[in-house]
Design a protein around this ligand. Structure first.
Ligand code: CTP
Ligand code: MG
Length: 231
């Protein structure tokens, strides 16, 4: 295989506070997880999917997986552990491309997915979708007083997907675990090795569904993307 898609979907959705993990909540006619997988499949129909699911997951249905080639792996304590489980489970070549995408981002478009894939092929340190910061950024002191205004021109929001060669990503996440680095995305683990992944400017509507009011927002985004044929 030349492309492995890792989808961490072993979270509990605590901030959503629903009666099941947020990836199983419906958006229109199907759950968030099914939307996300169908968008990935549209862009990369021949990729191999690796889905990280909690061992106690009672909601997952294989009928939501559109990929002919896929496997399920157990989730870990943190997102990073889920992704590392996937990397250890697959039989990938060092040079294969691995793309990691949060299940909670169903509004991802084919154009962003393809742009990221191209960038990751061109940059040995990999690439991530990101969005330039629009607001003025403040650094608070311990009393929550606005102590410093950070220059905004080089600040970005990190999104997913993020894509790297297999050997680099595996080395980066193993290094992060061994050194107790707190990494919340793959790029930060790669940065800890001294490498600098490429920031690819992505769409502003690549929302990570996190809180209850994000459901209505995601529904509106997906409807407008379909109306504009961006998906
Ligand atoms: N994730 C995972 N394994 C974990 C924790 C998170 O695979 N141990 C996944 C989630 O399913 C999600 C992505 O990582 O696709 C981003 O995490 P987040 O948005 O924080 O989701 P949850 O952890 O489910 O939500 P919360 O933090 O509110 O509990
Ligand atoms: Mg979480």
């Amino acid at each position: 295989h030349s492309l492995w898609l890792i989808v961490p979907a072993a979270g509990q959705g605590k901030r959503m506070g629903a009666d099941k993990p947020k990836q199983y909540l419906p958006l229109g006619e199907k759950p968030i997880l099914a939307h996300t997988l169908s968008r990935l499949h549209r862009a990369f129909p021949t990729a191999h999917l690796v889905l990280c699911l909690d061992s106690d997951d009672r909601w997952f249905k294989p009928e939501w997986v559109p990929f002919p080639q896929w496997q399920r792996v157990a989730g870990g304590a943190e997102r990073m552990d889920s992704v590392l489980n996937a990397l250890h489970a697959i039989k990938a070549q060092d040079n294969d491309m691995v793309m990691v995408h949060d299940v909670a981002r169903p509004c991802i478009t084919s154009s962003d997915l393809l742009a990221l894939y191209d960038a990751a092929q061109q940059h040995p340190s990999g690439a991530l979708l990101a969005m330039p910061v629009a607001d003025t950024m403040k650094r608070a002191n311990a009393e929550q007083l606005s102590a410093v205004t950070e220059p905004r021109d080089r600040l970005w929001h990190a999104l997913t997907p993020q894509a790297f060669r297999y050997a680099l990503l595996r080395r980066a996440l193993e290094y992060a675990v061994a050194n107790h680095c707190v990494v919340t995305d793959e790029a930060s683990a790669v940065e800890a090795l001294g490498q600098a992944p490429k920031l690819v400017s992505g769409r502003r509507d690549n929302l990570k569904i996190t809180h209850p009011d994000d459901l209505a927002l995601a529904t509106a985004i997906m409807a407008s993307q379909v109306a504009q044929s961006s998906e």
